[in-house]
Structures are given as C-alpha cells and as structure tokens.
Ligand binder design. Structure first.
Ligand SMILES: C[C@@](CO)(OP(=O)(O)O)[C@H](O)COP(=O)(O)OP(=O)(O)OC[C@H]1O[C@@H](n2ccc(N)nc2=O)[C@H](O)[C@@H]1O
Ligand SMILES: Nc1ncnc2c1ncn2[C@@H]1O[C@H](COP(=O)(O)OP(=O)(O)O)[C@@H](O)[C@H]1O
Length: 268
C-alpha cells in the first residue's frame, strides 16, 4: 500500500505553560499542507526499512516509521513488512514531517492488516510517538491544546488560497526552541481570531517562537517580510521553525530564494 504523508503549518502558536512532565502546554491551529513524503508498506518475509530522498538524521532503527510499526506489532502481532520511505519534507523545519510519517505508518498498517482501528485508538498510539503525531491521524484543521495532541475541530477552510512554504536550511531542534521560550497564559480567543479574514490575522495571530528565535536567526524575519512584500495576506514561522510560510489570495509570481532554500508552493 502507498500513501503520501503531508506536512502541517501552525496558524498561531501560543506556549501557555510549562508542565510538570517537562513538556509545554500550547494553543495552536494545525493546518495540513500538501508538501508530501511517500510511504509504501508491503508484507514481506522479514522486517525491512528502506529510505530514499532527503537523508534523515539519526539511526534508521530509531526512525519514527519503524517505531510506529513496532508499537502496533507489540499489540497485534503483525507479520513482517517492507517499509519504504521517500523523504521530501525538510526536517527540523516545524513542518511535522517525521510525525506525519509515523501516523501514516500507523494508518497504513491498520488498513493493510484490516485492524480497522478507530481514529481515537490510532491517535492514542500516535501520542506515544511524539506531540505532533496525533494530528496526522485525522489530518484536518484543528485547534490543538495540551502538548499539541488534544484537538477541537474547527470550521476553517482556506481552499483557494495559495500557500508558499520556505525552508531556509536552518535546523532548529524542537527542544532548542522550547528551551528559549517564556510561557505566557493564553490571552487570545483563537476560534474568534481564525473566523476573521486572513488579511486581519497579521496583527493578531502570533507564533510565540518568533520572539524567541528571530533575534538569533535574522534570516527568518527577513524571510517573513519578503513574503509580506510579495503580497502575502498572512505570513508566519511554522511550529518551532525554521520554515516560514505565506498565505496568498493570488498565487505570487517570480518569487526567488537562495538556491539552498527548499520551497513548496501550492493550493491549500
Ligand atoms: C513545536 C511543535 C508545535 O506544533 O511542532 P514542530 O515545530 O515540531 O513541527 C510541536 O509542539 C513539537 O512537537 P514534536 O516535534 O512532536 O516534539 P516531541 O518530539 O514530542 O518533543 C521534542 C521535545 O520538544 C519539547 N516539547 C515538545 C512539545 C511540547 N508540547 N512541549 C515541549 O516542551 C520537549 O523538550 C520534547 O522533549
Ligand atoms: N521518518 C522521519 N522523517 C523525518 N524525521 C524523522 C523521521 N524519523 C525520525 N526522525 C527524526 O525526527 C526529527 C524531527 O523530524 P520532523 O518531525 O520532520 O521535524 P519538524 O516537526 O520540526 O519539522 C528529525 O530531525 C529526525 O532526526
């Protein structure tokens, strides 16, 4: 079976408090974007994992796809499979690519072996793999709270807008980003903010990581300003960075970035 794990962007991201377990509570709208990896799962004589495309840091044995397989294997005694991941989504970008691969692995295994696991069961497995993973089970716009893995559905439809996502090649680890942030109690009413026109978000919808990271990485505010200068209705860093995105009513023409940047443009 073959599927295409997509990425996500964060529309607003507020880090509200540090938890006793060392994680942080947050409030953010997670929105899927179609910058995709490719993932194939087929039954095999023995467990194998292959990768092509962008090199994934770390030991292949600790890849999130394998972690996802092993999680289900323990409970459902799954037969061996051959997993192949073609990596396209930049990593350490705030795009949730690895988390998406993990959840798509859970989904594909449930389909392939007809486990028929309901979404909430898959989400509980996904939570064990990372804070971002559970979102990709249902993969629909939500407002996330707690560790970013408790969801409230939101009726937000940005279809028709063009999104440009730019990864400048700065690998900011999630731990580094959280380590440089001062949590603040949520003051904004996110569902109300998101009901307003995209053009209004610029002054009201913030990513708390920007204040912490922009002074250290001046390339990021420059990138955000470039997107606004090119006509973006709204622009922001996503997640803990370093990717920055712009949302445009009309597809921008002639956007040029340094050759080492990774850029995706498409309809939301
Ligand atoms: C920042 C966010 C916002 O969407 O996304 P990304 O930038 O990764 O896309 C997420 O919270 C990233 O979630 P994820 O990347 O899965 O993080 P995890 O692997 O669960 O945790 C990595 C480390 O980040 C910190 N962490 C993560 C999530 C959270 N709610 N509080 C934290 O303090 C912890 O130090 C943790 O050890
Ligand atoms: N299948 C995978 N794809 C990407 N990263 C993975 C994967 N498995 C494990 N990782 C590890 O997870 C880290 C974070 O990946 P990712 O979720 O893409 O970052 P972010 O959410 O910040 O964009 C990577 O640097 C890599 O070391």
């Amino acid at each position: 079976m073959l599927d295409f794990p997509n990425a996500k962007i964060n529309l607003g991201l507020y880090i509200t408090e540090k938890r006793p377990d060392g994680f942080h509570n947050l409030q953010s709208c997670f929105y899927p974007v179609r910058w995709c990896d490719a993932l194939e799962v087929v039954p095999a004589e023995k467990l194998q994992f292959g990768m092509t495309g962008l090199p994934v840091p770390g030991n292949p044995d600790s890849n999130l796809c394998l972690k996802a397989y092993n999680l289900l294997q323990q409970d459902y005694n799954l037969p061996p499979v051959h997993l192949h991941l073609h990596k396209v989504i930049p990593m350490g970008a705030g795009l949730g690519g690895g988390s998406s691969d993990a959840s798509f692995t859970l989904r594909l295994l449930s389909q392939l072996f007809e486990l028929n696991l309901p979404a909430d069961t898959l989400e509980s497995y996904a939570r064990q793999l990372g804070s971002d993973c559970a979102f990709f089970v249902q993969n629909k716009p939500v407002i996330a709270t707690e560790r970013g893995d408790v969801f409230e559905q939101i009726d937000l439809n940005l279809s028709g807008y063009t999104c440009v996502v730019v990864y400048p090649g700065l690998h900011i680890t999630t731990a580094e980003a959280y380590g440089s942030i001062k949590p603040q109690k949520a003051t904004c009413d996110m569902p109300m903010l998101l009901k307003q026109d995209v053009e209004v978000w610029r002054e009201v919808l913030k990513n708390d990581f920007e204040e912490a990271l922009f002074p250290k990485y001046p390339e990021l505010p420059q990138l955000k300003e470039k997107l606004y200068g090119s006509g973006a209705a709204y622009a922001s860093m996503t997640g803990s960075g370093s990717a920055v995105y712009g949302i445009f009513k009309e597809a921008p023409a002639g956007l040029v970035f340094p050759a080492h940047y990774a850029v995706w443009q498409g309809l939301l």
